[in-house]
Write a protein that binds this ligand. Structure first.
Ligand SMILES: Nc1nc2c(ncn2[C@@H]2O[C@H](COP(=O)(O)OP(=O)(O)OP(=O)(O)O)[C@@H](O)[C@H]2O)c(=O)[nH]1
Ligand SMILES: [Zn+2]
Length: 363
């Protein structure tokens, strides 16, 4: 029978549960843990977790730990011990840097050392993929499987989940249809859907580019503020329109519109980063204070889409050398990097300068 959800489907459920504030149970070899996203943790559920006894920890990334001056003994993550009588406000203050400057003295924070961190690491993967703050409350629960059955919680087998969490999901073409556009009447929109229940991605094909010659291509990451609202804080809107205009002018091209808002952290987290930028941090520092890397995107899915459309070589419209590198590593040859320097203004000049200085962007 194929009615029971497989591990990929269970992980999609777990992400949805965590976003709603529902706990999930992650079970490994001989151990299990109850996990909740810090961002959606309610006072009632925190009280219930504390009433279970044991020693819950707040798993955060090593990036966030750096800002909080907490020792990260576990490589890319740290397990902060909850102080006696921990409140939801305390959990929020560790997870969310919004008030770091107003209330800088949170510590000294005690962090756990030794023991198994598989559940903590998977918990952070799940809350990140659910586009929340990268912080999760984790309580070791030896009878976790029974507990999950008793309360109807999603139960994830960590051994089965590990390979799924480590690789990117396969993308499948869903549909494509003609889309006359201002830049070209010969437009076509293709929709691609991942197997893991995540965001769909799009390809805009202009004209009917030959599959056996390098195609003019743009890998564009979603930017609601820049693409749609005319935000002056970045250069995304002008880059999107310039790329489409160039493809329309040449009569051929492919623009991949990847739903990786905020360099892969989601729009809510990007707005948290904007708020930190208003406190004086640059775009890279803001990501780090939130607990993210500068850039959480995986451009290899762009290569997957190109391959599935039959392309193997591109002339890539970008100023970002990482995009070129990731295309090449994924077997799409970049025969030319076509610069795309448009849209500088007095609100985004510092942002563009930071990208050049810290992220290697070519201007
Ligand atoms: N986290 C974060 N994301 C931002 C910020 N400003 C813009 N973005 C996001 O950055 C992404 C911009 O991506 P791209 O247009 O591909 O830009 P790029 O990596 O600079 O590369 P090229 O434009 O190709 O040179 C979009 O997903 C935006 O939402 C910011 O301050 N913080
Ligand atoms: Zn933007």
């Amino acid at each position: 029978m194929s009615f029971a959800p497989d591990i990929t489907e269970q992980l999609a459920r777990a992400r949805a549960d965590l976003r709603m504030g529902v706990p999930v149970v992650l079970a490994g070899e001989g151990q299990a843990a109850l996990v909740m996203a810090a961002e959606t943790l309610t006072a009632q559920r925190l009280a219930d977790v504390l009433a279970l006894g044991g020693a819950p920890v707040l798993a955060i990334t090593a990036r966030r730990a750096e800002t909080l001056k907490a020792r990260a003994y576990d490589g890319s993550l740290a397990r902060v011990l909850l102080p006696p009588g921990a409140t939801p406000a305390w959990v929020q203050s560790i997870a969310d840097p919004a008030d770091d400057l107003r209330a800088p003295m949170k510590g000294p924070l005690q962090t756990a050392r030794g023991g198994d961190t598989a559940a903590h690491s998977a918990a952070l993967d799940l809350v990140k993929a659910a586009r929340m703050l990268p912080a999760a409350l984790v309580l070791d629960l030896p009878q976790g499987a029974d507990f999950a059955r008793q309360y109807g919680l999603t139960l994830i087998d960590l051994t089965a989940a590990a390979p799924i969490l480590a690789r990117r999901s396969a993308l499948h073409p869903v549909v494509n249809a003609r889309l006359p556009m201002e830049v070209s009447e010969a437009g076509r929109l293709h929709i691609f859907r991942p197997e893991d229940g995540g965001e769909e991605h799009y390809a805009i094909e202009i004209g009917r580019p030959a599959r056996n010659t390098p195609v003019l291509c743009r890998l564009h990451s979603a930017c609601f503020t820049g693409d749609l609202m005319g935000s002056l804080k970045c250069d995304c809107g002008p880059q999107l329109r310039a790329a489409l205009a160039q493809m329309g002018g040449e009569g051929n091209g492919v623009l991949l519109y990847l739903n990786q808002e905020g360099r892969g952290i989601g729009l809510a987290n990007k707005m948290r980063a904007y708020s930190l930028q208003d406190q004086g941090f640059d775009t890279v520092e803001a990501n780090h204070r939130l607990g993210f890397e500068d850039d959480e995107r995986d451009f290899r899915l762009g290569a997957d889409i190109l391959r599935s459309m039959g392309f193997s070589a591109v002339r890539l419209l970008t100023n970002n050398p990482r995009k070129v590198g990731m295309m090449e590593q994924s077997g799409i040859s970049v025969v030319e990097r076509v610069p795309l320097a448009v849209g500088e203004n007095r609100h985004n000049s510092a942002y563009l300068a930071t990208k050049a200085a810290k992220s290697g962007h070519l201007l």
